[in-house]
Write a protein that binds this ligand. Structure first.
Ligand code: SAM
Ligand code: SF4
Length: 419
């Protein structure tokens, strides 16, 4: 599996050098020079921990959560201390977790702190657990400026919630709640390829989601991360392919717009993605920052995070300083995840000829039927391309994220990771 990712990396970076993450960082980040910058804030607390979940999280504790938010506000001050232009225009702000609504009472402080330095153009998104779906909670987050929500449904069917070790979801209650408080994007997360799951099961979930108020859905394939304690068996590749093909055909037959490999919307305006931005600044435990020539990851330990901040140091655990080709591969990976790549945008971003760099690979992918060229010169992923990308993304997730997050969960500041 990692052989595939290594070979692809070598081909695309034209180098045998692995991606090297080091335990080093600067106490200043050159984000002022980045256009299309997005913001991300991580809140690592949950009411109950799900065994299958790979994210950085721990059981909610009111006191610890408050201490964490105090540190988060200080991290914002530290990171923005040397800004030249204020406020800087940014695309969007996403709150993820964990369960960010558990810090609902303090979201305003975080948003105010960010608004002092940034001008957020495309709205604020926040992840919700079904238990957060109460009118008072939704009003609270809406009043502080949240315009997009994403609800972790996973499945409307009890048998799959049982497999996942989660409670059943009351779709009528969610419908009633959503009918009282509106948002520009209402996204719902589902997990597919659970043992025994059929296309009919997923189709019913998709239909229910759009019926009860979603205008966007994310259908993630179940990933069995090595470092989680999940005992859920993964579905065979063949069954998964058949399911994904049917789901894609179904969503397309309903006219839903695919805006990334695993997401579909029933209106052009609905969008929810914290990952598909050219550059982003991440705050909080495990949050990542991607800039022109570097990528950094904050520590996964809440305690170590608070300690670094109280020492007025960045909470960075690992940094990779990209060679230009490596940064290009990163760019291609996330652009293709959004199913579309515009060579002109690539050229503006890198000040380099797309044709010289990747013309051969993209023409080949077009010939093989993975991509098709649009009138404006953009490449759009075909059905077939999206399927193979979906596989590649899973390989990537297992080869890179599984290894890295597995180490970072156990070591607050690891020495070096080579991928
Ligand atoms: C941070 S959670 C969403 C918000 C909230 N914490 C919740 O669980 O409802 C992000 C999403 O990742 C997806 N996810 C988590 N673990 C996964 C796994 N092992 N495989 C695939 N998707 C997963 C789930 O769909 C989940 O809703
Ligand atoms: S899936 Fe959501 S609720 Fe469950 S542990 Fe992960 S972040 Fe927390």
């Amino acid at each position: 599996m990692s052989l595939i990712t290594s070979l692809t990396r070598m081909r695309l970076t034209r180098s045998v050098k692995p991606f090297i993450f080091n335990n080093e960082y600067d106490n200043e980040l050159p984000f002022d020079e980045c256009d299309q910058l997005g913001l991300y804030v991580h809140i690592p607390f949950c009411r109950k921990i799900c065994s299958f979940c790979p994210y950085c999280k721990q059981p909610y504790d009111r006191e610890l959560c408050n201490k964490y938010i105090d540190s988060l506000l200080k991290e914002i001050d530290l990171v923005t201390a040397n800004m030249r232009d204020r406020p800087k225009e940014v695309t969007s702000l996403y709150f993820g977790g964990g369960t960010p609504a558990l810090a609902g009472g303090r979201l305003k402080e975080i948003i105010d702190a960010l608004n002092k330095h940034f001008d957020i153009k495309d709205g604020i998104g926040l992840e919700l657990h079904p238990d957060d779906m109460k009118v008072a909670n939704l009003n609270l987050i809406k009043n502080v400026g949240v315009s997009k929500i994403s609800i972790g449904i996973q499945s409307f069917q009890d048998k799959y919630q049982d497999i996942l070790g989660r409670k059943s979801v009351d779709s009528q209650l969610i419908k009633d709640t959503l009918s009282q408080v509106s948002f520009e994007t209402v996204s719902m997360d589902f997990i597919f390829a659970l043992p025994g799951q059929t296309f009919e099961d997923i189709k019913r979930d998709i239909d229910t989601a759009f019926e009860i108020g979603a205008n966007h859905i994310a259908i993630y394939p179940f990933i069995d991360f090595d470092f989680t304690s999940s005992k859920i068996p993964a579905m065979s590749k063949k069954e998964k392919r058949a399911l994904l093909d049917k789901v894609t055909d179904y969503c397309e037959s309903k006219g839903y717009e695919r805006n990334s490999i695993w997401t579909f919307a029933n209106t052009h305006e609905a969008s929810y993605s914290s990952m598909t931005r050219d550059n982003f600044l991440g705050f909080g435990c495990s949050a990542t920052t991607l800039l022109k020539d570097q990528f950094k990851i904050n520590t996964f330990s809440v305690e170590a995070y608070c300690k670094r901040i109280s020492d007025k140091q960045f909470p960075t655990s690992l940094t990779i300083r990209f060679a230009k080709r490596q940064r290009m591969v990163y760019y291609l990976f996330w652009k293709l995840y959004s199913t579309r790549l515009n060579p002109k945008e690539f050229e503006t971003f890198f000040d380099a000829s797309f044709d010289k760099m990747y013309g051969f690979e993209f023409r080949l992918a077009e010939k093989l039927g993975y991509l098709q060229k649009e009138k404006d010169g953009s490449y759009k992923m075909t059905h077939k391309g999206a399927f193979y990308y979906h596989y590649y993304e899973q390989y990537y997730t297992l080869a890179y994220i599984d290894k890295m997050w597995g180490i970072m969960k156990n070591e607050a500041f690891s020495e070096k990771i080579e991928l």
